[in-house]
Design a protein around this ligand. Structure first.
Ligand code: ADP
Length: 151
């Protein structure tokens, strides 16, 4: 059976850290769906959602096993719809762990066929966070080294 995994997140913006997790996931799963959680009524993003979808798609234009979707529902519901048995999350530190631990248990409760698989960050990308990149970008700093596309 085809192993489909969803990599959910805000991806505001999508970084080299995220890209690393996806490339490693392709070694484990047949198909990886990058799910961008987005609520159109809240509009609380820094990077435009359509721009980010376009940029992420451009990164994987040669990789048909990666798809990009925008969703506005429970991640566990999204997984059911796409017959995905796995969620992928990246772990950088204990703060990530504390948060992910509860989310993962809740997702399993909501959808018992859903297993969350955690990949530990590659040391090279451990310090990269979307929050910091947003801040640097806001004040005109160069963030190109941390993104797998040009912006
Ligand atoms: P969320 O808003 O759901 O936390 P993010 O877009 O910030 O979404 O991150 C999505 C996933 O990618 C999370 O599991 C996060 O821990 C992981 N992640 C973010 N940055 C890195 C990184 N540098 N290395 C590995 N994993 C990362």
């Amino acid at each position: 059976m085809k192993k489909t995994a969803i990599f959910p997140g805000s991806f505001d913006p999508y970084t080299m850290g995220h890209h690393d997790i996806v490339m490693r996931s392709l070694e484990i799963f047949d198909e990886v769906l990058i799910g961008i959680g987005y609520n159109s009524t809240k509009k609380n993003r820094y990077f435009d959602i359509d721009l980010m979808v376009e940029k992420i798609k451009s990164v994987y234009s040669e990789e048909p096993r990666v798809k990009v979707i925008v969703y506005n529902e429970l991640t566990s519901t999204l997984a059911k719809k796409h017959e995905a048995g796995f969620l992928i999350r990246g772990l950088r530190n204990t703060t990530d762990f504390e948060y992910e631990n509860t989310i993962s248990q809740m997702n399993r409760y909501l959808n018992e066929n859903l297993e969350t698989v955690f990949l530990i960050t590659s040391p090279h990308y451990a310090a990269i966070s979307s929050t910091v990149i947003r801040e640097v970008h806001r004040y005109g700093g160069n963030v190109s080294e941390f993104l797998p596309y040009t912006i």
